[in-house]
Design a protein around this ligand. Structure first.
Ligand SMILES: [Zn+2]
Length: 196
């Protein structure tokens, strides 16, 4: 569903009034418009389902992998930088780094596509855990491999600027699917690569 820019403008204006400010003053008069435009960008991922994103970035190379990967070869990519917004406070989640691993089954996805998938699911009202499950689900669809792992670290504005106010607090979440859950060797390999 498309984002309703006009409605966002109206509501932001209402928030400015509720804060006790004057939405007509010079510095604020275009703020509702600017916020709405920004929201359109930073919440772009809300206009797509995981299936949509999977078909958008479904560019794979099948040629080289006609042997069944019975060992623990894996593709690992880390330090993909994304941002997101937490759905509990609409607060920015920042300094986020995503690491993704999968065991190729027969399809290998272009590496730049993995980064774009991570970026797109971040552009939703999110929970850090769900960013991980969204990325894993999309990668499973594209690569047709069950064995996918996503590790995310990030700082949450709602943690670092309010409440207990602990700047620098990092949250780390892991999403392990398929053999990353059950195969200790594969799991060790993942952790080795992640901490390297
Ligand atoms: Zn929050």
């Amino acid at each position: 569903m498309a984002i309703d820019i006009k409605a966002i403008e109206e509501h932001i204006r209402g928030i400015l009034i509720a804060l006790g400010d004057n939405p007509e003053r010079e510095g604020l008069k275009d703020t509702p418009k600017r916020v709405a435009k920004m929201y359109e960008e930073v919440f772009k991922g809300m206009t797509y389902t995981n299936d949509d994103i999977a078909s958008m970035f479904n560019v794979t190379f099948e040629d080289d992998l006609d042997i069944k990967n019975s060992n623990n070869d894996l593709v690992f990519m880390k330090d993909i930088e994304i941002f997101s917004h937490c759905e509990h406070h609409l607060a920015l989640m920042y300094n986020m780094k995503v690491a993704v691993a999968y065991v190729p089954n027969k399809k290998v996805i272009g590496l730049s596509k993995i980064a774009r998938i991570a970026d797109m699911v971040g552009r939703r009202l999110q929970l850090q855990e769900r960013i991980g499950t969204d990325i894993a689900e999309i990668l499973q669809k594209i690569t047709e491999s069950e064995d996918v792992a996503v590790i995310i670290q990030g700082e949450h504005g709602c943690m670092t600027t309010r409440g207990i106010e602990k700047p620098g607090t990092k949250t780390i979440t892991t999403t392990l699917r398929g053999r990353f859950n059950t195969d200790p060797i594969l799991n060790n390999k993942l952790m080795m690569l992640y901490t390297k």
